[in-house]
Write a protein that binds this ligand. Sequence first.
Ligand SMILES: NC(=O)C1=CN([C@@H]2O[C@H](COP(=O)(O)OP(=O)(O)OC[C@H]3O[C@@H](n4cnc5c(N)ncnc54)[C@H](OP(=O)(O)O)[C@@H]3O)[C@@H](O)[C@H]2O)C=CC1
Ligand SMILES: CC(=O)C(=O)O
Ligand SMILES: [Mg+2]
Length: 414
Amino acid sequence: MTDFRQQALDYHAFPTPGKISIELTKSAETSKDLALAYSPGVAEPVRAIAENPEDVYRYTAKGNLVAVISNGTAILGLGNLGPMASKPVMEGKALLFKRFAGLDAIDIEVTHRTTQDFINTVANIADTFGGVNLEDIKAPECFEIEQALIERCDVPVFHDDQHGTAIVTAAGLLNALEIQGKQLAKVQIVCLGAGAAAIACMELLIKCGAQREHIYMLDSKGVIHTRREDLNEYKALFANNTDKRTLEEVITEADVFVGVSGPNLLPADALKLMADKPIVFACSNPDPEIKPELALAVRKDLIMATGRSDYPNQVNNVLCFPFMFRGALDVRARMINDEMKLAAVEAIRQLAKEPVPKDVLTAAGVDALEFGPDYIIPKPLDPRLRTRVSRAVAEAAVASGSARIELPKDYMAE
Ligand SMILES: NC(=O)C1=CN([C@@H]2O[C@H](COP(=O)(O)OP(=O)(O)OC[C@H]3O[C@@H](n4cnc5c(N)ncnc54)[C@H](OP(=O)(O)O)[C@@H]3O)[C@@H](O)[C@H]2O)C=CC1
Ligand SMILES: CC(=O)C(=O)O
Ligand SMILES: [Mg+2]
């Protein structure tokens, strides 16, 4: 067993199994405390909430509580390993919600037979939480699940692998294109993968200005084209009228490669075929579509990003999902709409252009970071992400009519 593998297992096992626990916010030391916390005192907020349902935000933890819900059908890039195997990732997301956004999050792993069973399970418990973060649910079921839950739930529902990934990809790509001197509306994009992350990334890039006909998408059977008869309705939206059938054919002279598929699927020889000053986002976790050292060895003019913490340019939804929910919950948004997503893209993107504080450099273990090929996107440990992205999201929720309350006074002032 490698050192790192053992370290990762020990990190999860000791001193307490898992990564999260529940703590009390009220004293429970005396008989008086218990009389207030439980019987008879608890009857008072019960009556208040029964009379005025909005009081649930005043007297319970709902407004700061997120459910992280999975069925384990697309765990990172490891595939369909089932609900229990997804639990460390879901606890990990809960850790990130707390660490970066101060939100309490609890993981829920659902065993189910049909897609409708899953939808019913989540819809029936959603009111417990301020928001629902869906995670690692494979395509195409994830699209039907998210849509049905958005319609049925009274709290924001957000499939992180779709929209969190798309927001961070769009922010990083717009900056990388600026550095390479290219425009989103003109570039040729190859997207390897046609699942949750891929479809959402490409749809958001189109909203940011990319041309649908400039995008070539590939799934495990190759290029998605109009003569294929095995496409689901989501892939069909990306079917090109083309004779190209292979990755090598579509990547020739392409400007951008976005990988949201699986490990080591981009051969170095294919990368050599890309246009001058290419951009490669190899975002599969834990192992990217191509290793940065291999990619940079064949293309010196490349801007390279992965989903991992141990290389420059981490394009990972952690830069976004804690703050999407922080902003949404703080104005009790009904849903997370396109305006809120685009506001997050812009906030993340602009932060990368600002000077980086010393404590962020120290946390990142580097001497300097400056907007450029090795710094296209903020570092996850940058505390300004919380203020900037949450504020942008909350303001967009208010402006677009999704918010149920006004922006709190001096919200996220720095
Ligand atoms: N960096 C980040 O923030 C994030 C990264 N990801 C990564 O993206 C990847 C996909 O996740 P997600 O979209 O949720 O999963 P899905 O299961 O929804 O989609 C996986 C997609 O990958 C395709 N695929 C699998 N093998 C190949 C192959 N050999 N060639 C081309 N395509 C292939 C599948 O093709 P088919 O449709 O034919 O089955 C499918 O379209 C994972 O590796 C995950 O770690 C996801 C979210 C966030
Ligand atoms: C980062 C993430 O959510 C994933 O790889 O699935
Ligand atoms: Mg995920």
